[in-house]
Write a protein that binds this ligand. Structure first.
Ligand code: SF4
Ligand code: SF4
Length: 467
């Protein structure tokens, strides 16, 4: 492959013919940050479903009953706005971080990276470091090789099942996932409904396939983020880059070579060996690069050994590296994202705090517009649906706001509702014809909790027309 031009950072495409990659594990400043970030997020994923709030799983997307609990808040399908807004905010945050720090998400936080890293560690633990793993791949099958492979597959499978169980716990609940057992022929077996078994199968398969086989192919071919990242990059985006001007011409320091004629790269290929996607960063910015900075740490270690300054491969920007100018960290694009994000977060936070955890829906009786009762009053019938969106039981009272002479007729004085419960109550509104001044009169239905904490209302129409 020809060397990249020193005048610009070349962007290469992926090579689909690559063999299985066995990266060498390295240590260093960025790897320690990376490990901390990855294990912190992993621990969060595993621990969160076990946290209780008010005696219930704190984060529980209870799809079968359509109740979504996030600590003290209960969301319903009608609150889909908050879920959509959450995704939009997360997407804008990712865009903003990408403009500033490149693919930091890919290298430090993406589940694909974390699980691939864990699965590769299993291979390292069973077989050994990079050279042993490459040799192992080439060896003919033997009893010991098959035993090691089976052990790896078994550990991967257990990890995949555990991942799927945790994932499904967010929906099915930890109590169902871990405490529901039945005995089949004397063997304890999880007593899960069919949809849980299907979800378990899908997530176990997806985890195993992604982390064991797909690995970097997922990032390169399937994940759209890797593909459109270059659109978000500008000259001031932080990227892991090789300093071509300083490193070239590369070459080992053999006896008889004049170091003055060579650049700082000793061509040890350590940066390639540690790369989890198997690329050579010296060929320029490539779509496979997940910006994990393993090559930065590896090269810094080499530079320390040979007595050259660190930073031959480093986090830098195109402006700094190619144009030799100071990077502009505070730039209009970043402020635009920040402003947009602040507005979005502000609107959603306001909507969340202003949200009344009580809902009333009013439907007119479709079978009958209006009728006349025995007292000669015109009567309209409605179905009132009251939903208690709090996490405690409440009693609610119905009333109407309407012109003089309109009365509400209900079967019950109050409606007791448990947390998250809904009730459809048929009611009617009656009015003496002498009080009805127009064909359609707006009537507001109010629902109040008996303790006076919550109030909601909805307006519908009272009509004096019959069919
Ligand atoms: S680790 Fe550094 S010195 Fe070694 S090949 Fe890579 S860039 Fe050159
Ligand atoms: S080139 Fe460097 S930063 Fe990019 S994926 Fe490979 S090791 Fe990580």
């Amino acid at each position: 492959m020809s060397a990249p031009s020193p005048n610009k950072i070349p962007v290469h495409d992926m090579d689909a013919t690559k063999k299985r990659i066995h990266p060498r594990f390295t240590d260093g400043f960025y790897q320690r940050i990376r490990l901390f970030s990855m294990y912190f997020l992993l621990a969060l994923f595993l621990i969160l479903p076990w946290i209780k709030y008010d005696g219930r799983q704190a984060i529980w997307f209870d799809v079968p009953s359509q109740h979504y609990y996030i600590f003290g808040m209960t969301l319903f399908p009608q609150d889909f706005f908050f879920v959509a807004a959450g995704f939009i905010i997360a997407a804008f945050m990712l865009f903003m971080v990408t403009v500033y720090a490149g693919r930091v998400w890919c290298g430090y936080a993406c589940p694909q990276t974390i699980w691939t890293h864990l699965f590769q560690h299993v291979e390292k633990w069973v077989i050994g470091d990079r050279n042993k793993r490459i040799k192992f791949d080439k060896e003919p099958n033997s009893a010991s090789k098959i035993a090691k492979k089976l052990l790896i597959y078994f550990i991967w499978f257990v990890m995949s099942v555990f991942t799927a169980t945790t994932f499904v716990s967010y929906v099915a609940g930890t109590s169902l996932m871990y405490s529901s057992w039945q005995s089949i022929a004397g063997i304890p077996f999880p007593d899960w409904p069919t949809w849980v078994w299907v979800s378990m199968f899908i997530f176990t398969f997806a985890t195993y396939a992604n982390a064991a086989y797909m690995r970097e192919f997922m990032c390169v071919y399937i994940c759209p983020y890797g593909r459109f990242q270059s659109v978000m990059f500008d000259k001031d985006t932080l990227i892991v880059s090789y300093d071509y001007n300083r490193g070239e011409p590369r070459g080992p320091r053999k006896k008889g070579t004049n170091p003055e004629e060579l650049g700082d790269c000793i061509d040890c290929t350590m940066c390639v060996q540690v790369c989890p996607t198997g690329i050579d960063i010296r060929d320029g910015l490539q779509v496979e690069c997940i910006q994990c900075a393993a090559c930065v740490d590896a090269c810094n270690e080499v530079m320390d050994k040979v007595g050259y300054p660190r930073g031959l491969i480093r986090y830098t920007t195109e402006r700094q590296l190619v144009e030799n100018e100071q990077s502009r960290y505070l730039r209009p694009r970043l402020f635009a994202y920040l402003l947009l994000l602040s507005v979005l977060i502000g609107v959603v936070a306001y909507a969340l705090f202003d949200r009344v955890p009580l809902q009333i829906d009013v439907r007119g009786d479709r079978n009958q517009l209006s009728s006349m009762n025995a007292e000669g009053q015109i009567v309209n019938s409605y179905i009132i649906k009251v939903t208690n969106k709090t996490q405690a039981a409440h009693e609610y009272v119905l009333s109407i706001t309407a012109p003089e002479g309109f009365t509400l007729k209900t079967r019950f004085e109050s409606i007791p509702l448990n947390a998250g419960e809904s009730y459809d109550m048929p009611v009617s509104v009656a009015a003496d014809p002498k009080f009805i001044e127009q064909n359609e009169v707006p009537v507001t239905f109010n629902v109040d909790s008996k303790d006076g904490t919550y109030h909601a209302s909805r307006t519908n129409v009272f009509t004096s027309q019959t069919k």
